[in-house]
Design a protein around this ligand. Structure first.
Ligand SMILES: Cc1ncc(COP(=O)(O)O)c(C=O)c1O
Length: 444
């Protein structure tokens, strides 16, 4: 059919910063969860949802026994819009964190925003505080990519103050200096960090919160906090600091990435802003129902048992990886459900992006084991980020990694010999650049 003539021109009508966006790539675009792959790339919970589905009882009881009703979606109620306030869900989230309490004032539902994953809160904070094309956010690479993606979508400029490798601690003097810029409205920090696995010390957070001139908000993303030692969450501190937001999610330790439920703990004033600007029915009825179930004692037991299994497998990875020839050191810390590990140019060599990229590609394409190449992130040269899987997945990963490294070094040796004889190929630097870029574009 012939196109109608129209004054409409997408390229001048849509916002330039939106036209400039690259199509969003996420973990499951590249390697599917079709049962053939071992997915150690998106920091999901390999042991499954934190829901006690094995020992369901017929009837609800005092809350310590999982009940069928907890998990049954009220199908006949789906014609009605969900509760826009989600007070019961918010209270359960407060109950979870009030036990960690390092403050005398308990959290209440007035301290909360709940949304479609913590990604919704990341974006809503930008919309609440930053004027497009005017204000800025401050991020500390290497960090979670969604802060940058959301900033681009909202036409907000980025200031970067990198973390200090190899521990990835905060550069407090540089941050203090940067926060003198009055157009910086938000500082996004991640603790435990992605991809660093490092928990930031409360003293550093307190130092930033008491900056002498900065009129802005510190957003502390605690997506992985339940893998850190108990009591590490800064959520209770929001009752003392009007400029603190703590993000959490049910996607990681709770194993519920599929329901999309994230939370922002903050002052009642900021929570009011976030709740005012959200879409009214952002949390669906099934999501709310499953989230509330997951936060009840009988189901929390399952989450805690799964978490203990993940921590045991994390310890195994930390002990076993350095035994494989060609695996270098770990960077960052071990407070999340992943590790960041260097791959070397040769056994005993130096961290090497080319080798790490080859290993990443061969693991995924030849052997169905998908990890994440992070070698282009600040301070992460030669690094792969590996999500902790089940015991069987960790076995498989360790075996395949040893095999792939042997293969890659063997080929490298033969290429070297051929090179000496004058017929070898040194590889195409442009091609490697493109492959590294493609492997780095996935957000998460
Ligand atoms: C640091 C960090 N924050 C937030 C998220 C997104 O979480 P959600 O699934 O709640 O949107 C992720 C996901 O990988 C993450 O790594």
């Amino acid at each position: 059919m012939a196109q109608r003539r129209s004054p409409f021109n997408l390229s001048t009508c849509a916002r330039p910063n939106i036209l400039a966006l690259e199509p969003y790539r996420c973990a499951r675009d590249d390697y599917k969860d079709d049962g053939t792959n071992i997915l150690l790339d998106a920091n999901e919970n390999a042991y499954g949802p934190g829901l006690n589905v094995d020992k369901l009882q017929g009837a609800s009881s005092n809350g310590s026994v999982a009940s069928k009703e907890d998990l049954e979606v009220d199908l006949l109620g789906l014609n009605r819009y969900p509760d826009p306030h989600q007070t019961e869900l918010k209270q359960l989230l407060c109950d979870l964190r009030n036990t960690d309490s390092n403050t005398s004032t308990p959290l209440t539902p007035a301290n909360l925003f709940v949304g479609v994953g913590s990604d919704e809160a990341i974006d809503n904070l930008l919309r609440a505080f930053c004027r497009p094309n005017h204000d800025k956010i401050l991020v500390c690479p290497p960090t979670y990519g969604m802060y940058t993606v959301s900033a681009q979508i909202n036409d907000i400029a980025l200031v970067k103050v990198p973390l200090l490798p190899p521990t990835f601690s905060l550069d407090l003097p540089a941050l203090t200096l940067a926060l003198a810029d009055p157009t910086i409205k938000l500082l996004y920090l991640c603790s435990p960090g992605n991809p660093t696995g490092t928990t930031l010390p409360p003293s550093a957070i307190e130092t930033l919160l008491s900056h002498p001139t900065w009129n802005g908000v510190l957003v502390l993303d605690e997506a992985y906090i339940d893998f850190a030692p108990d009591g590490a969450s800064a959520a209770p501190l929001v009752t003392e600091h009007p400029n603190l937001v703590v993000l959490q999610t049910l996607s990681k330790a709770f194993g519920l990435a599929g329901i999309r439920l994230g939370a922002a703990f903050t002052s009642p004033q900021i929570a009011t802003l976030l709740n005012a600007l959200k879409a009214p029915y952002n949390v669906s009825t099934p999501t709310s129902q499953l989230a509330r179930a997951a936060l009840r004692p009988a189901h929390l037991e399952t989450m805690r048992a799964n978490r203990a299994r993940i921590l045991a497998q994390r310890d195994r990875l930390v002990a076993a990886l350095p035994q494989i020839p060609g695996v270098g050191g770990f960077l960052g810390g071990f407070d999340a459900n992943f590790v960041l590990v260097q791959i070397l140019s040769a056994p005993g060599g130096t961290p090497c992006n080319e080798t790490a990229l080859r290993v990443y590609e061969r693991l995924a394409e030849g052997r169905g084991v998908v990890v994440r190449f992070r070698g282009r992130e600040w301070g992460c040269g030669g690094c792969l980020r590996v999500t902790v899987g089940t015991e069987r997945e960790v076995d498989r990963f360790l075996g395949e990694l040893g095999g792939v490294l042997g293969e890659v070094y063997g080929e490298r040796g033969r290429e070297g010999d051929e090179g000496k004889a004058g017929s070898g190929s040194k590889g195409d630097a442009g091609d490697e650049e493109r492959r590294e870029e493609a492997a780095s574009k996935v957000v998460g």
